[in-house]
Design a protein around this ligand. Structure first.
Ligand code: SAH
Ligand code: SF4
Ligand code: F3S
Length: 449
C-alpha cells in the first residue's frame, strides 16, 4: 500500500515537541510522509497536554473543528497522542466518536500498527506505560534549523500533589549517555547551533552512575560552537557538581529554570515539593556565587488549596528576593487522580485571578529593572533571524536566554554569533547595536568529527 501523508499538531511542553519528532521519525521509517499542510493530510495527529484544565479544553475545541473536516473526508484518520491520550483513554474514543486513535507517550513504536487498525475501521488504542522505553534508537525527524530539543529522560517520580505528569508519563528512566552525545554530533554536522536537553527533572538523570553533570559536560564537548541548554531542574537535588560544570564549560548556558511554585513552606509541604524556601534561597545564592551572571526563571502556582493571602505574600517576597529574569505563572487547576484533587479547591476563582495578576505585574516590573541593569553591556548573541516585528532588525538570544534585537547588517546571518552593545530594554526584550562578529568560544578547539 502506498503510504499516506501525516500531519502532526503539537501542544504542551517541549517534551511533546521532541516526542512529535520521534513520532515523525517512526512513521517516516515505515514510509509515511510528513506534511506541514493540514489540507493534504490523510492522518491528523494531535500531540496533547493535560497539565491544566484549559490545556485540555483547547484540545476539545480543536477536535470539534476537525470533526467538520472529517465529515467532508470520511477516510481521514484522526488521532490523539500524548498526555491526554494517557489520561482520558477510552473516554476520548467513547465520548468523542470522532477520534480513531488514542496513543500514549510510551506506545509510539506501535503507531504504524494502530494506524492500520484505524484504516481497517477499528479504533487503535495504546496507552500502556513502560518502565524502560526511551526511544534511544529512534532518529527523530527534524527539519534543518538552529535549535533542537533532545529528550534525555522520560517520566517523573516526584509526585508533586498538583501534577498529572507522573500519571501521564509514568516512571523516570534515562537515555543512554552515548546515544545522546551521538545525537548532538549529528546535529552539529547539520549546522545546529543550540540544543536543549529535556526532562521533567533532569537532576535525577542516571545512566549507570553517569549523572546529569556528566551528560552536560559530554554534550558541551561535542562542539564548542553549540550552546547547550537544559530544563527542568528540581530544587531538591540540584548538585554543586552541576553548578561547577556549568561554570566550567563556556558553551553551557548560564541560565537555570528553577520552579519554586510557592513562597510558603506550609504550601510547599502540601505540594510535596520536598524543599523549604530557606533551602531554595540558599541554592540561588550558591549558584550565583559559582556561576557569575547566571539568570533564573521559575514557575509559580497561585491559589493552591488553603493558600491564604499571607501565603501569597510569601510568594511575592521570594520573587522580590530572587529577582527572577522571567517567570511562568499559573492558576491552580485541580487534576483528577492527583493527591491535591482530594483537597478542597477553596481559593475562589476571583482570588486566584487577583493573586495571579499581582505576581504577573510584579514580575514584569522586576524583569524591566533587571534588564535596565544591562544598559551598555556587551552581550554575545546567537542570531536566530529577523526580529518578529521588522525585517530591518535581527533578533537572537544571549547565553542567559534574553531576546536581543539590533539593526540588520550585511555581514550577519542566521546562526552567527555576534557581540551587541545594549542601549535600551523593555521587560521582555533588549535592544542594541552590533559591535562585531565573533567566535565566542575561541579558547577551545572544536571536537566535532
Ligand atoms: N517538571 C517540571 C514541571 C512541568 S509542568 C517541574 O517540576 O518544574 C510545568 C509547570 O506547570 C509546573 O512547574 C507548575 O508550575 C505548573 N503546573 C503543573 N500542574 C499544575 C496544575 N495542576 N495547576 C496549575 N499549574 C500546574
Ligand atoms: Fe510534575 Fe513535580 Fe514531576 Fe514537575 S517534578 S513533572 S511538577 S510531579
Ligand atoms: Fe503537558 Fe504532558 Fe508536557 S501534561 S506539560 S505535555 S508532560
Amino acid at each position: 500500500m502506498s503510504k499516506n501523508n501525516i500531519y502532526i499538531e503539537t501542544y504542551g511542553c517541549q517534551m511533546n515537541v521532541a516526542d512529535s519528532e520521534i513520532v515523525a521519525g517512526i512513521l517516516k521509517n515505515v514510509g509515511y510522509k510528513i506534511t506541514n499542510n493540514i489540507d493534504n493530510a490523510d492522518v491528523i495527529l494531535l500531540n496533547t497536554c493535560s497539565i491544566r484544565d484549559n490545556a485540555e479544553q483547547r484540545i476539545y475545541g480543536r477536535l470539534g473543528n476537525l470533526n467538520k473536516i472529517k465529515q467532508n473526508n470520511p477516510n481521514l484518520v484522526l488521532g490523539v497522542l500524548g498526555c491526554m491520550a494517557e489520561r482520558l483513554r477510552k473516554d476520548l474514543i467513547e465520548k468523542k466518536k470522532v477520534v480513531d486513535l488514542v496513543v500514549g507517550p510510551d506506545e509510539y513504536r506501535r503507531l504504524p500498527e494502530f494506524i492500520d487498525t484505524a484504516y481497517a475501521g477499528e479504533k487503535g488504542i495504546g496507552v500502556k506505560l513502560s518502565r524502560t522505553e526511551t526511544y534511544d534508537d529512534i532518529v527523530p525527524y527534524r527539519e534543518d534549523g538552529l535549535s533542537a530539543w533532545i529528550s534525555v529522560m522520560r517520566g517523573c517520580d516526584k509526585f508533586c500533589t498538583f501534577c498529572v505528569v507522573p500519571f501521564t508519563r509514568g516512571r523516570e528512566r534515562s537515555r543512554d549517555l552515548d546515544s545522546i552525545v551521538n545525537e548532538v554530533k549529528q546535529l552539529s554536522e547539520r549546522g545546529f547551533r543550540e540544543v536543549s536537553l529535556l526532562g521533567q527533572n533532569v537532576n535525577s538523570y542516571d545512566d549507570n552512575g553517569r549523572d546529569f553533570a556528566d551528560l552536560l559536560a559530554a554534550a558541551a564537548l561535542v562542539d564548542r560552537s553549540i550552546r547547550v541548554r537544559f530544563t527542568t531542574s528540581h530544587p531538591q537535588d540540584l548538585s554543586d557538581k552541576l553548578l561547577y560544570t556549568i561554570a566550567e564549560h563556556p558553551n553551557l548556558c548560564n541560565y537555570i529554570h528553577l520552579p519554586v511554585q510557592s513562597g510558603s513552606n506550609r504550601i510547599l509541604e502540601l505540594m510535596n515539593r520536598t524543599y523549604t524556601i530557606e533551602h531554595y534561597l540558599e541554592l540561588i545564592d550558591k549558584a550565583r556565587k559559582i556561576i557569575p551572571g547566571v539568570s533564573f526563571s521559575t514557575d509559580i502556582i497561585t491559589g493552591f488549596p488553603t493558600e491564604t493571602y499571607e501565603d501569597h505574600l510569601m510568594t511575592v517576597d521570594v520573587m522580590q528576593k530572587v529577582r527572577y529574569d522571567g517567570a511562568y505563572m499559573f492558576k491552580y487547576s485541580p487534576r483528577e487522580g492527583t493527591k491535591a484533587y482530594r483537597m478542597d479547591d477553596d481559593v475562589t476563582e476571583e482570588q486566584k485571578s487577583k493573586r495571579l495578576n499581582e505576581i504577573i505585574n510584579l514580575q514584569q516590573n522586576i524583569s524591566y529593572e533587571v534588564n535596565q541593569e544591562l544598559m551598555s553591556a556587551e552581550e554575545i548573541v546567537l542570531v536566530e533571524g529577523y526580529s518578529r516585528k521588522s525585517n530591518e532588525f535581527l533578533a537572537g538570544r544571549t547565553d542567559t536566554n534574553k531576546v536581543v534585537v539590533f539593526p540588520v547588517s550585511e555581514d550577519v546571518s542566521k546562526g552567527d554569533y555576534v557581540k551587541v552593545k545594549i542601549d535600551r530594554a523593555t521587560s521582555a526584550t533588549l535592544f542594541g547595536s552590533l559591535i562585531e562578529m565573533i567566535n565566542p568560544y575561541p579558547e577551545r578547539i572544536q571536537l566535532t568529527g
